[in-house]
Structure formats: C-alpha cells, structure tokens
Write a protein that binds this ligand. Structure first.
Ligand SMILES: [Zn+2]
Length: 471
C-alpha cells in the first residue's frame, strides 16, 4: 500500500491560529528570495564540468553521513550502503540494492530534519507524490535515475532552478583551485567562490601535516622551513584564494583557543610540529597562536574568519581506520569561548574592521557565553545553528537564547553547510520558516511591530548573510 507524500504549506509554523497567520504572512515575503550560501561543502567540479550526477544512491546516500550514520546506529553495515573502505575491501556496488536498504530503513528518520530535507527533495525536485518505503523503493529509484539522465538535472541547471545567487565551497590551501578556475573560464554566470580552510597545514595533529606544509610551501613559492616563510605562505595563498572569490576563512579546531606565543618559542613549536615531535599541548599552542596570525592577516586583507570548534572528530577509531574521516562518528564536546578567545579579543576585539563568526555545537554556551560576547565586541558575530543543531528545534533554541542579549544584527543569517546539494533549498526553507515562526510570536505578544518583523525576515533570510560574508 502506498501512502501520499505531502508537504504541508504551513509546516513548521505555530499551531495557534493567530500566530500562524502572522508567520504565513512573513514567510510569503521571503520564501522566494535568492539563496545566499556563504559556507558549505559542495564540490566545485560539479559546476565546473556540469556532468550529470551518477545515480540515486551515489548522489543522495553514499556521500551523506547525516543519512548513513542513522542506519549504522541501527546495525546496518556501512559496506552494505556502498561506503568505500580505505583498504579497498569490497562493498555493495549495486546502487539499486543500496537504495532499497535505505528505503527499508527510512522510518528511522521520523521526527528528524533529514526526513524533512529528503521529503522536500523527493517531492519538489523529483515530483514524487508517494512516501518512500520498501514498497516504493524501486519507483523512487527509477524516477530519480531517469531524471538524473536529463539536462534539467545537471548541476548548473539545478543551481539556477534553486535560485542560488552565490555559493561558497571550502578548500585546503594545498588545493590549486583548478575547478574554480574552470568555472570562471567557462563563462557560466553562476557565482561559486572558495573559502580558505587551512586546518590541514595549521593543525600539527592533522593527517600528513608535514607533507601538507611542504606542498603548501611549493604552491606559495615560499621556504616554509622557517616560521617567517610559513606565515608568508599563508599571506600568499590567502591572496590566491581571494583571487578565486574567497571572502572568508574557516577554522575547525578542537577548541576555540587563542594565545600569543613568544616568537622564539613559536618558532621552536613550529619546528617540532614539522618534525612530528610536537606534544599534544604544543600542537594546541600552535593552533592557538595561528588563529591570532589569521586574525592579523584578516585585518590586512579583509577576509572574514569563521571558527567551527568543539567537535571530537573520528570518535570511533575502528570505524575511522576502516572508512576514514567524516563518517558520522564526530561527536560534540563542551566548548569554552570566554577564556579561549581572550587573547584574540584583547588584541583585536575592539576593531570593527575584523569580523569573526563564531559557531558552536555546545548550546549551553549560547546564552552564557556567545550572546554576551557577540553583544559586546565589535569584532564578533554569531553563526547560525550548526550541524546537529541545524534543525527546527535547534533554530528555535538559538533565537530564544541569543536574541535578548545579542539582538538579530549580531547574527549572520543562515548557512546550509552541506555537501548534499539537492537539499540546499530545503535547508534554507526550514530556516526561513523557523525565523518567521519566531518573529510571529514576538509580533503576537506585542514585542515587535509587524512592519519591523517583515524587514527582519528579509534580513535573516538574505541581507545579513550577504553583508556578514561580504558577498
Ligand atoms: Zn562546514
């Protein structure tokens, strides 16, 4: 038996009629605004070469750790979902079988944002009108597979259909940005920019650190055997990234720590890091000192700094060894900002030319630390709810916990932060609906005028992201 797939036009709006009517009205004013996607992980090669996407499983399941981690948590082997192993041990290679397994477990996503995003993709992108179950798995596979073979479903056509005004990808300084160059050379009008993410050459504990730094030095044309040359290499690569549209850097350290190191000691720690001899604490000192250097460079070149701290990556060593990083085994840890950022704020916090966007997976820090910090320091702003908190409840908690201290204008609009390209409009739509729902409550309680709520809805959906990321 098939059951209908319906996206209710009032989804996520307040259940109470008067507030719901206000939310509807606000949403009508923002639902069709273009998408500004200032931080994410789509593959620039898609837009550079515009090849058709492969098949439903390879496009929608295999690359999406949000999806396969849930099946894994219920005992499904990642091999059976086609996730490649590091040692080349064989995994399921039939996309239809992978799709059927996913369909058989789709009920696991009830109540999760993944369910909302997927249903949106099925209904809005592919026009499916029955729900995904084992019974409809083949119908889904055939419908999506056939669509993907048509020109209307190639990356650039979808980019345009989704109303994307600009999208940022994220690359390592050791990336030559050939795909971004190819996009520019192609004459296509879609705007795809890069982001400078130096973790592989800034974190002594990153895999292959010394080799990464060597390659980094070659690309920059600098002698990176000294700290001075290494820092010049950053300045050089940042300029190269800016020439490919980058307006921001991104830093995914375990902590938000910053510190000033005595120059001689800084040089000593760098030398140890290159030799693979830095201790855990020395590696942390190096990252902390390098965030200060990144802030200094940002003041010179105007790049916005994003800090995404507080994730214990690869928490499951067995799984990491078998499948590699980004396999759904990344777990949040408590994160401190007040003391961690002190050194950076002492030196740069009062300078409105610097813009540091802070993210957290530790919601306890919203009202205790982040909103008071961003509500004071001119150099700080708050990024939107991220990763596990990129959800309706996460968005509601974010607005509830930060608005009264930091207001709306110390926040920066929405990030989809995803590699799941087809779900990007769904994610922005959830954020727009949740912000309209929050604003509607303020209007209904006579805490905000409705005309101001309309302005705010547009700022949260569109204007703030463009302004904060200088796009
Ligand atoms: Zn990201």
């Amino acid at each position: 038996m098939t059951r209908p797939l319906r996206l209710d036009p009032d989804r996520l709006f307040p259940a109470e009629a008067r507030t719901r009517a206000i939310a509807r009205n606000l949403y009508a004013g923002v639902k069709d605004l273009p998408i500004v996607s200032p931080h994410g992980h789509t593959d620039p090669a898609w837009f550079a070469y515009n090849e058709p996407f492969a098949d439903p499983a390879t496009l929608l399941i295999v690359p999406d750790h949000y999806l396969f981690r849930m099946l894994y948590s219920q005992g499904v082997r990642l091999e059976d979902l086609g996730i490649p192993t590091r040692d080349g041990a064989p995994v399921e290679s039939d996309p239809r079988e992978i799709w059927r397994r996913f369909a058989a477990h789709y009920h696991l996503f009830r109540g999760t944002p993944s369910r909302m995003w997927c249903d949106w993709v099925f209904a809005e992108v592919f026009g499916l009108d029955v729900r995904l179950t084992s019974d409809t798995a083949d119908l889904y596979f055939d419908t999506i597979d056939a669509a993907l073979k048509t020109d209307a479903f190639r990356p650039r056509a979808l980019f345009e259909r989704f109303g994307i005004e600009v999208i940022a990808t994220t690359e390592s300084p050791t990336d030559e940005l050939l795909h971004h160059q190819a996009i520019r050379d192609s004459g296509w009008s879609g705007r795809v920019v890069t982001t400078y993410r130096p973790d592989p050459v800034m974190d002594p504990e990153a895999e292959g650190f010394a080799a990464n730094v060597e390659r980094f030095g070659e690309l920059a044309g600098e002698d990176v055997s000294t700290l001075a040359g290494y820092l010049r290499a950053h300045e050089n690569r940042r300029a190269f990234f800016r020439a490919h549209g980058a307006t921001a850097t991104d830093h995914g350290h375990l902590t938000a720590g910053t510190c000033m190191l005595d120059r001689t000691y800084f040089e000593e720690v760098y030398a140890k890091a290159l030799a693979g001899e830095a201790s855990t604490i020395e590696a942390e000192y190096f990252r902390c000192a390098m965030l200060m250097e990144m802030a200094r460079m940002s003041l010179d070149d105007g790049m916005v700094m994003q800090i995404h701290p507080g994730v214990h990556r690869g928490h499951n060593p067995w799984l990491q060894a078998r499948f590699g990083p980004n396999m759904g085994a990344d777990i949040p840890v408590p994160t401190n900002y007040v003391t961690a950022l002190k050194a950076l704020l002492d030196r740069y916090g009062n300078d409105p030319r610097l813009s540091v966007i802070l993210f957290t997976l530790d919601e306890d820090s919203y009202s205790r630390e982040l909103a008071p910090l961003a509500g004071h320091y001119p150099a700080l702003k708050l990024g939107p709810p991220w990763w596990f908190n990129d959800s309706p409840e996460g968005m509601r908690r974010f607005r509830e916990r930060v608005t009264e201290t930091a207001g709306f204008y110390n926040t920066v609009g929405f990030n989809d932060d995803t590699r799941a390209f087809l779900s990007i409009p769904a994610r922005h739509d959830v954020a727009r609906r949740m912000d309209c729902a929050f604003l509607a409550r303020l209007v209904a309680e006579h805490r905000l005028e409705e005309d101001e709520a309309h302005e705010l809805a547009a700022d949260l959906a569109y204007n703030l992201a463009k302004a904060a990321y200088k796009l």
